[in-house]
Design a protein around this ligand. Structure first.
Ligand code: TXA
Ligand code: MG
Length: 322
C-alpha cells in the first residue's frame, strides 16, 4: 500500500516499525525496505521479502550521527571524522558493531555493521518517530534495479508492503560505502559521494570498489557480486562509436545521454541529462520504464570514463553482468 508521506502516514509507519513490521521509505539515494535493527525476527522479514541471501549484511540507518556512533564498538577517530563530515548524507561506514544493539541477522553473522544517517526529510522523520535504528537495504528484489520511486517498490515487492511515498529520490544511486573497520579505510562501493570528497577528509582512503567478484566467490562487500542492480532483460553496455552499428531486432530499448544518436529501429529510447548528477538521478527510473515497456534487451551508450562518472559506470557494468 502506498501512502503519501504526511505526518499521519509517518506516525503510522513508525508504529509499524516498532511492532516489528516492514516499511519502505524514501532516502536521498534510493528507497529502503526497513525493519527495526535490534530484532532478529523483524530483520529476517526483510530477507524473506527481498529473497536476499543471508550472507549479505544490511545497512543500519540512524536518525543522527550520535545515535549511529552508539551502534559502533568504540568508534575510531576516523569514524568520528567521516561521520561529522558527511552525515546526514549518502555515506555508509562499515565499523565494528556494538553487538548487543544490532541484530546478528543484519550483520549477516559478522562483527561489523554498515551505518548510515540519511538526509531525506521523510527518512529522518521516520527514524525520529520510530525512536530506533532501522535496518534497510534497497527496497527491491535481490539483484534487481533499485527503486527511486514508491511505484518501483510496489512493482518489485508487491502491494502488501507499507510504502511511504516521498516522490522521486534526489541522488538516484546508492550511498558510497567505506570500510573503516580495519587499519586502512577502503571504499567498497562507489556512490553519490565521490572518492575525491572523501580524500579531502581522509587522504589515505584506498579504492577497492572496482573489484567485481564472480558469483560464488567470497567477498568483503557482498554488494561487489558481479550481477547486481540488473534489469530483468539483458543489458548491453556499448561505446558511443558502436551505437550506430548495434544490431537491433526491433524490440530493444536504448538509454542514451542527450546529444547521442540512436539507431532508428529502436523500440523505446530513454534520454538522460548530460551531467552525471542528472544522469544518476534518472538512470534507474529509465531502466524500470524500459523493463515495463517489454523490450527484450536494453542497450546503454557508455558514459564518459572520467572520475565523475565512475559510480554510474560501476552500476552499469554490474547491470550488464550475466
Ligand atoms: O543508499 C543506500 O545505501 C541504500 C539506502 C536504502 O540506504 N541502501 C542500500 O542497501 O543500497 P543494499 O543492501 O542494497 O546495499 C548495501 C550494501 C550491500 O552490498 C552490502 O553487502 C553492504 O552494503 N554491506 C552492508 N553491511 C555491510 C558490512 N557490515 N560489511 C560489508 N558490507 C556491508
Ligand atoms: Mg541493493
Amino acid at each position: 500500500m502506498i501512502l503519501l508521506a504526511d505526518e499521519r502516514a509517518i506516525e503510522r509507519a513508525a508504529s509499524a516499525l516498532r511492532r516489528g513490521e516492514l516499511v519502505a521509505f524514501p532516502t536521498e539515494t534510493v528507497y529502503g525496505l526497513g525493519a527495526r535493527a535490534d530484532d532478529d525476527d523483524a530483520v529476517e522479514r526483510i530477507y524473506a521479502a527481498k529473497g536476499r541471501p543471508a550472507e549479505n549484511p544490511t545497512i543500519v540507518h540512524a536518525s543522527s550521527a550520535d545515535e549511529a556512533f552508539e551502534l559502533a564498538a568504540e568508534p575510531s577517530d576516523l569514524v568520528l571524522a567521516l561521520g561529522a563530515a558527511f552525515w546526514p548524507g549518502p555515506l555508509t561506514l562499515v565499523v565494528p558493531a556494538e553487538l548487543a544493539r544490532v541484530s546478528a541477522i543484519a550483520r549477516a553473522g559478522g562483527e561489523t555493521v554498515g551505518l548510515r544517517v540519511p538526509a531525506h526529510p521523510v527518512a529522518r522523520a521516520l527514524l525520529e518517530r520510530a525512536g530506533l535504528p532501522i535496518a534497510a537495504p534497497s527496497a527491491n528484489r535481490s539483484t534487481a534495479i533499485s527503486p527511486t520511486t514508491a511505484e518501483h517498490v510496489k512493482k518489485s515487492l508487491g502491494a502488501s508492503i507499507l510504502i511511504l511515498d516521498g516522490g522521486p529520490t534526489g541522488f538516484g544511486i546508492e550511498s558510497t560505502i567505506v570500510d573503516v573497520a580495519g587499519p586502512i579505510p577502503v571504499v567498497l562501493r562507489r556512490g553519490s559521494i565521490s572518492i575525491e570528497a572523501l580524500r579531502r577528509v581522509v587522504p589515505s582512503i584506498v579504492d577497492r570498489s572496482e573489484i567485481v567478484v564472480a558469483p560464488g566467490q567470497p567477498s568483503r562487500a557482498p554488494g561487489a557480486m558481479a550481477k547486481h542492480y540488473a534489469p530483468s532483460v539483458p543489458l548491453l553496455l556499448v561505446s558511443a562509436s558502436e551505437m550506430g552499428s548495434v544490431e537491433s531486432a526491433g524490440t530493444k530499448g536504448f538509454v542514451i545521454r542527450a546529444g547521442t544518436r540512436v539507431p532508428a529501429d529502436s523500440m523505446a529510447c530513454e534520454t538522460l541529462p548530460e551531467d552525471p548528477e542528472g544522469y544518476a538521478q534518472g538512470l534507474y527510473a529509465a531502466l524500470h520504464r524500459l523493463e515495463d515497456a517489454g523490450v527484450d534487451a536494453i542497450v546503454v551508450a557508455a558514459p564518459p570514463t572520467e572520475d565523475r562518472w565512475s559510480a554510474i559506470l560501476d552500476r552499469l557494468t554490474r547491470a550488464s553482468a550475466r
